[in-house]
Structures are given as structure tokens and as C-alpha cells.
Design a protein around this ligand. Structure first.
Ligand code: 26Y
Length: 822
């Protein structure tokens, strides 16, 4: 082994300064005398990156050398956000860079602000993947993320005349210090073509096609905090130069010569902006396959270097499927093992199912991926054949277990007998994996009772487990909330809490320390002022940081019920208007903050954004109301925006119809930052309540097991909105917020569309819960106690805990800190 003790990096300010200047002059051809903050950012970022490189290399070299089993987290989405500040904190170099930049007249915070988010994800699922690779790196687990390098990430949201307008996210227009192109790591990926049966074996085929794309790797570092380990996310990009048609070029057809390039580029050009809704587009299927094929080829190439027999693959690699999006990896591995490596079906199947595990993130029917058989058959004929075989063998074993149960076979078949037939990707992922998990206790129970009910009966209870989500304390406390972090460090005595959240229980000892409580609140207050500033610059709206900050930020979706929130705001406005000015001034001042993107094709969600903005415009301009009620829609929600918003909340809303939000993860971030939840008995809200205590959370609404009966009733009966909800409808219909016609479809979805998300059912208890929040907030001491106790009790929701559970119960891998092996 190499001597790893030299991996210490220099903290000397003069050395750091030299390296920044070196990049400024040599990488970017600038002189220190004449630079702007964008150039200062790039030079500093490249210098920080240099300091990561050695550790990054050593981590991989070390894991190779000791023959460590690795986990591969396959995800079509990684919502990384910014990396500069994260890397500075991980390396412990924040002060040093602040000094270096200060010497040349820059403020570190401004430089940090120059970085663009890597927004290669939609929402919760993508951010979870980013938190998980962060935890793997920090806990020294040998693991990589695999994903796609979209040229255009999550679209940028502008609000024009109250409507969402999408603009492309050209995040790669300026140099990206946080990726390493790996032109030598490139794999061919085939599409279309035809099959030739191997005369020697009934299961083997030769797949011939001349539509071949190249996938090239880009590596993104994941700096570990408090360890020298650096993790890796490998992102694939479609390479185009091999598709250049020299014949056409030579004959003068320059357009035609690059025609292939254009087609190839499209595969990794853009992230699909759907969250919890499947598009079913052919391009998306091709994206998924490019991803799966390149990843499996890469994992196998690494495995072959160990010279172990293929039957050992499950001892060297655990592959986690982040929802069904990467499920084609299952037939792809089978194809390689059978057609290329010559294994028998049984051998290949055993290896495959021991390698894969699958996480389900939703039960919404519209989010379930299904691909039409004719489409799959055309694009991936060999995979379609393999899927038929998987299904055949699976149904045969079920038929043996439950003879003659035709109905059961129909229900569990991977191929749905619709017209056209469809491949149910969740069933394929389930059958191809040795473990299936949900993302919060209630969700894991629900999937066992609904979509996987028959699979539990057939394959046994033990395969179906729960792994409650978590969030990274590095980003979601240490990085985004410096003042509260300083207090935590003071209480714990050092920064060890950043990698071990259980240490926060020591906060409970300080609960009656008046001085501490005051500083706790001062930290929250400062965060609120910072957000007020951010709101002013992004919306032009002035809000008072002394009001209660009531926040709902997440993707806009009917099941998340932003509509219920804005209806309650309208009702509140109505109540305030009924009061005398003296009465009104006595009321609790409140700022209601929304943010979130709607999928570009999701009309209802976009109308909800319009309604929120229309209501905001009227209320904010009403002089009688003033600071008693303000409504803000912050445009272009992102990881970076969340880092401003979350630390500043007093109350955050997580109000999905019970049983619809699998977990939620922002709920955890808000409470970790000393905010209180107003929420339904759904997802991880339930477990958060169990941990922090029922006093620290405001629950309302019907329970998951009651939903079906309510929905059934509302399919045949008119909803009965209570007086409050009716008042909100009336105000809209009286054109209080502009043309009522615009919003009538939103009301109709409730009054005529069966009120699928049960707004009319939950509204009365929602209004009650708001009253309870106000009362509690007025008792300042009680509120501060709630805030401190909540943070003290949040250790369960660290993604470090989630990752440790996966490592022990699903992946069977061990922490492998890079050691000095002398
Ligand atoms: C296009 C399509 C197939 C699709 C794309 C993205 C389907 C779903 C998604 C994203 C789903 C998602 O973000 N789900 C969320 O996962 C979080 C992490 O587990 C959960 O906390 C959250 O409740 C769930 O909605």
C-alpha cells in the first residue's frame, strides 16, 4: 500500500493564495488586478478542487486495493445544488479562503453566490439521492452515485403576470469546476436492430444494430466532512463525434453529416421536468436505457479487474434502484451475463437478484412507470424478450405455489393485459430485486397492503422493508444555518454533531438556560431577516421579519394541497377585512410564503400558481391589511433558495392528503432548523411527531385509513364545504382576485370532480390547526421551548442513519475509511 498519511492538505493562507492566483492566470488568463467576482469564484473553486483531487484518487485506489464491496446508487436524478461552500466546510478551509478573498477585496458570501446550482433533479427523490451520496462519503462507505449529465437541468421558473414561465437552465454555459470529463471511460449503447438466435442455446441471442450511441463519463466529487474519504457521482453524457458521417461530409452534405450528432445529443440534453407523473415518452425510455446500459457496463468492467468469477458479483457490488427509473438495468445485466458472458439463465438470474434492491417512492397511480410493449419491442427487442422470460418464469413459480389461481396471475403479471400491453416497471423492479423498501413507516406499510400485496404473499414479508428517509446535516444545518450551528457546537463542545446528530440531545440540558434561549431566538431572527432580504430582492415585496413566517415550499402538485393553503389565506383575508382597524392590529402578523415549480404540462398546478400570485397581489396592495398579512410567491425554488428559506421558518406546512406523500424530506429539514410543522398525519410527519413529541407538532386532518371511504362518498355525493371554505369560493367568484373564470376549474375539481384530495373534508380541522398555531406562537417562551426540543430530538432523520441501515440490512457493506497503511 501507498503511504496515505501524506493526504494532508496545506492550510497555509499564502499557499492557498498562490493556487488561486495560479488558476486565475494559467487556467483563465486573467490578472489579479482586474477580475470580477465570477472570475474570483472560478479561480477559488478550481483551487479548492485541487485540494480534493488527491483524497478523491486515494479513496478509489484504496477501495480497489482492499477489494471493498461497493454500493452503486442508480438515480436518474441528483439534485446537488452548489458545491463550493460544501467543499470548503468539508475540507475545513472556509476561514482560509475567506481571508484570501478578503485580501483582494471580495467577500466570501458574494463569491459563493456566483456558483450555479447543479439542478439535475425535480424534487424530493433527486435531493434524497444527493443527501445519500453525501452520507456515504461522510460515513466512509465505499459507494458511488450513477446518473445522467443533463445539459439542461431543472428549468428556471419566471413569474410573468402571475403565471409560471419556463426558461432553460443553461448551467454548463460557464466552466464547471465540479466535474471531470473521462473521455477514456466511454461505452457504446445500442438501440433498435434485430435478434439472431444462438443455435447452441435456446436463451442466447445476438443483438445486431447499427444505431449505436456513445456514453461518456463525467465524475463529480462528493467531499466527505470530517474524513479524508471523497465520494463520486458518475454522470453519463451522450457523445456525438462517433456519429459524424464522413461520407456525407465528403460529398458536401454538411448538415446531413452532423444529423446523427443532433439526434445523439438529445438523449442527455434535458431533464424531464415531471415530478410524480410519468410522461411515457419514447425519448425518456431511451434516456433511461442509455443510463442503465452505460452504468452496467462500467460496473462490470470494474468487477472484471478483480479477476473473480461472475458468481461473485453480488459480493462486490450492491445496486440500489432509486425508484423504477433505472429498472432496465435488470434486463441489461441479464443480457450481458447470458448473451455476452455465456452464463445460463439460472446462474444469471441468481446473480442479478442478489445484486439489485429497489426503493419505491410513491403510490400515486399517475407516477407509476409503464412502457407499452410495442415501444419497448422496437427500441430494445432483446430486453423485451428477456422481460417476457422473467415474467414467464415468475408466473410459473406462482402457478406452482397457488395452482389454478388465474386472477392472481393476471394481477401480478409484469405484462399488463391492456391494449396495447404494458410493462409494469414496479413489478419488474420488485421481481428483479432481493429487497424492496418504502421511504417512511406509513408508506412502507401502505405499499405492502396495496401495490405489492400479492408479492408479499408470494415472496414473503421479509423482502419488504422500511427505510425512513433522512437529510444531510452537513448541508441542511451546518452549511445553511451558520448561527444555529455555532450554538450547537457550543453545546456539544465541538463539531462532532455534524457527523453524529445524536449529540444534539445535549440541547435538552439547556432548555431553561435563559441566555441560551435568547441566543437561540436571535439566530432564528437573523435567518428571518436574511430571508426578508432575499424576498425583497427576488420579488420586490417588503415583509417584516417580526411576523410569523408560515412556509410551504415544494413541487406544486394537487396531492400536496397548496390550493388548500391559499384558500385558507383567502378566508383569513376575509376575516381581517371584517375587523375594525383596532381589532386588526391586535392580530398576529403573518407572512405566508410559497415557492415551487409546476411540471410544464401540468395545467392545474400552473393555475394554482396563478391563483397564489393573484391573491398575493390583492392582499399585499391592501392598505387596510398592511403587515398583518403578507403573501409571497418566491420564484425559481431551488436547493439554494431552500438554504435561505428553511432556516427562517417558524411554521412550515406539509399538508398532503393522508396516505399520498410517501415521506417528504423538507419536513425534516425545517424541524432540524428549529421550525415547527403544521401537517397531516402522513409520510415522515408521523415519525417526526413520534420523535419530537406531540407538543412540538400541529397535526390535523383525516387519517390514511379513512381516505378511501371519504373518496367513495364524494364520488356519489356533493361535497359540503364548511362556511370558511365557501367564503373563499365566494370571494374568488366575486372576482376579488381578478377574473373568476380563471380559477373556476380549481373550484370545480372540488365541487364537481369528486374532491379527490379531500380539501372539503380537511378544511375545518385545518383552520382549527391554524388557530392553535397562532395561540402557541403568541406564547413566545413556549414556542422557543418547542423549537429547541425539536432540534434536540431530530437525530433519527439524519441521512447518516438511513445510509447505515441500508448498508447493514440491504447492501451488506462496511465503512472503509482511507487508512494510513504505511
Ligand atoms: C417521470 C416519472 C416517472 C417520475 C419522475 C420523478 C416519477 C416520480 C418522480 C419523483 C418522485 C419523487 O420525488 N418522490 C418523492 O420522493 C421523496 C424521497 O423519497 C419523498 O420524500 C416524497 O414523499 C416523494 O413524493
Amino acid at each position: 500500500f501507498r503511504d496515505y498519511s501524506h493526504s494532508e492538505i496545506s492550510r497555509d493562507v499564502a499557499t492557498i493564495k498562490n493556487s488561486v492566483v495560479m488558476h486565475l492566470t494559467a487556467t483563465f488568463l486573467r490578472t489579479p488586478a482586474n477580475i470580477d467576482s465570477g472570475q474570483a469564484y472560478l479561480a477559488s473553486a478550481f483551487s479548492v478542487r485541487d485540494r480534493l483531487l488527491q483524497r478523491w484518487n486515494l479513496t478509489n485506489e484504496y477501495h480497489d486495493k482492499i477489494g471493498a464491496k461497493r454500493v452503486y446508487y442508480m438515480s436518474l436524478e441528483f439534485l446537488i445544488g452548489r458545491t463550493f461552500d460544501n467543499a470548503l466546510l468539508a475540507l475545513g478551509l472556509r476561514e482560509e479562503y475567506s481571508k484570501v478573498l478578503g485580501d483582494v477585496g471580495f467577500c466570501l458570501e458574494d463569491i459563493i453566490d456566483e456558483e450555479r446550482d447543479a439542478a439535475l433533479g425535480n424534487g424530493g427523490l433527486g435531493r434524497l439521492a444527493a443527501c445519500y451520496v453525501d452520507s456515504m462519503a461522510c460515513s466512509n462507505y465505499p459507494g458511488w452515485g450513477y446518473g445522467l449529465r443533463y445539459k439542461y437541468g431543472m428549468f428556471q421558473q419566471q413569474i410573468l403576470n402571475g403565471y409560471q414561465v419556463e426558461a432553460p437552465d443553461c448551467w454548463l454555459d460557464s466552466p464547471n469546476p465540479w466535474e471531470f470529463p473521462r473521455p477514456d471511460v466511454t461505452y457504446p449503447v445500442k438501440f433498435y436492430g434485430h435478434l439472431v438466435r444462438d443455435p447452441q442455446s435456446e436463451h442466447r441471442f445476438k443483438w445486431e444494430s447499427n444505431v449505436v450511441y456513445d456514453a461518456m463519463a463525467f465524475d463529480v466529487p462528493v467531499p466527505g466532512y470530517g474524513t479524508t474519504n471523497v465520494g463520486n457521482i458518475r454522470l453519463w453524457s451522450c457523445k456525438t463525434n462517433t456519429l459524424f458521417d464522413l461520407n456525407k461530409f465528403n460529398s458536401g452534405d454538411y448538415q446531413g453529416a452532423t444529423g446523427g450528432q443532433v439526434a445523439a445529443q438529445i438523449l442527455t440534453d434535458v431533464l424531464y421536468p415531471n415530478d410524480n407523473t410519468s410522461e411515457g415518452k419514447e425519448l425518456r425510455l431511451r434516456q433511461e436505457y442509455l443510463f442503465c446500459s452505460a452504468t452496467m457496463q462500467d460496473i462490470l468492467a470494474r468487477f472484471r479487474k478483480t479477476n473473480r468469477p461472475l458468481s461473485d458479483l453480488p459480493d462486490m457490488a450492491a445496486i440500489q434502484l432509486n425508484d423504477t427509473h433505472p429498472t432496465l438495468a435488470v434486463p441489461e445485466l441479464l443480457r450481458i451475463l447470458i448473451d455476452d458472458e455465456g452464463l445460463s439463465w439460472d446462474e444469471a438470474w441468481e446473480i442479478t437478484t442478489r445484486t439489485f434492491a429497489f426503493t419505491n417512492h410513491t403510490i400515486l397511480p399517475e407516477a407509476m412507470e409503464k412502457w407499452p410493449v410495442p415501444m419497448l419491442d422496437k427500441i430494445l427487442p432483446r430486453h423485451m424478450g428477456i422481460i417476457y422470460d422473467i415474467n414467464l418464469f415468475f408466473l410459473q413459480t406462482v402457478e406452482k405455489q397457488f395452482p389454478g389461481d388465474r386472477e392472481l396471475l393476471r394481477k401480478i403479471s409484469i405484462i399488463e393485459e391492456s391494449n396495447p400491453q404494458q410493462v409494469r416497471m414496479a413489478f419488474l423492479a420488485c421481481v428483479g430485486s432481493h429487497k424492496v423498501n418504502g421511504v417512511a413507516a406509513i408508506h412502507s406499510d401502505i405499499i405492502k397492503q396495496t401495490i405489492f400485496k400479492d408479492f408479499v404473499r408470494i415472496q414473503g414479508e421479509a423482502k419488504f422493508i422500511n427505510k425512513t428517509n433522512g437529510v444531510s446535516p452537513r448541508r441542511w444545518m451546518n452549511e445553511c444555518n451558520p448561527d444555529m450551528s455555532a450554538l450547537l457546537t457550543e453545546v456539544v463542545g465541538d463539531r462532532s454533531w455534524v457527523n453524529d446528530l445524536t449529540k444534539l440531545n445535549q440541547l435538552e440540558d439547556r432548555i431553561s438556560d435563559a441566555g441560551f434561549r435568547e441566543r437561540w431566538w436571535a439566530a432564528k431572527q437573523k435567518n428571518k431577516e436574511r430571508l426578508a432580504e432575499y424576498i425583497l430582492t427576488t420579488t420586490g415585496i417588503k415583509v417584516s421579519a417580526h411576523a410569523l413566517f408560515d412556509v410551504q415550499v415544494k413541487r406544486i402538485h394537487e396531492y400536496k394541497r397548496q390550493l388548500m393553503n391559499i384558500f385558507s389565506v383567502i378566508y383569513r383575508y376575509y376575516q381581517l377585512k371584517q375587523m375594525s382597524p383596532e381589532q386588526r392590529e391586535q392580530e398576529l402578523h403573518r407572512v405566508v410564503i410559497f415557492a415551487g415549480k409546476a411540471a410544464s404540462g401540468y395545467w392545474v398546478a400552473k393555475q394554482v400558481i396563478k391563483l397564489i400570485n393573484s391573491v398575493a397581489e390583492v392582499i399585499n396592495a391592501d392598505d387596510e391589511i398592511g403587515d398583518v398579512l403578507k403573501v409571497v410567491f418566491i420564484p425559481d425554488y431551488s436547493v439554494t433558495a431552500a438554504e435561505y428559506i428553511i432556516p427562517a421558518s417558524d411554521i412550515s406546512q406539509h399538508i398532503s392528503t393522508a396516505g399520498t406523500e410517501a415521506s417528504g424530506t423538507s419536513n425534516m429539514k425545517f424541524v432540524l432548523n428549529g421550525g415547527i410543522i403544521l401537517g397531516t398525519v402522513d409520510g415522515a410527519n408521523i415519525e417526526i411527531g413520534e420523535e419530537v413529541g406531540e407538543e412540538q407538532i400541529f397535526f390535523f386532518g383525516c387519517l390514511a385509513h379513512e381516505v378511501e371511504d371519504f373518496r367513495h362518498y364524494l364520488r356519489f355525493n356533493q361535497p359540503k364545504p364548511d362556511a370558511a371554505l365557501q367564503t373563499a369560493f365566494d370571494m374568488i367568484q366575486r372576482n376579488t382576485f381578478g377574473d373568476a373564470q380563471l380559477f373556476q376549474p380549481l373550484i370545480d375539481a372540488i365541487m364537481r370532480g369528486g374532491d379527490v384530495y379531500l380539501l372539503s373534508v380537511d378544511f375545518p380541522s385545518y383552520i382549527q390547526a391554524h388557530k392553535a398555531v397562532e395561540e402557541a406562537y403568541r406564547n413566545h417562551d413556549e414556542w422557543v421551548t418547542k423549537s429547541i426540543l425539536s432540534v434536540a430530538r431530530m437525530s433519527k432523520f439524519s441521512s447518516d442513519r438511513s445510509i447505515q441501515e441500508y448498508a447493514e440490512e440491504v447492501w451488506n457493506i462496511e465503512p472503509q475509511p482511507v487508512l494510513n497503511c504505511g
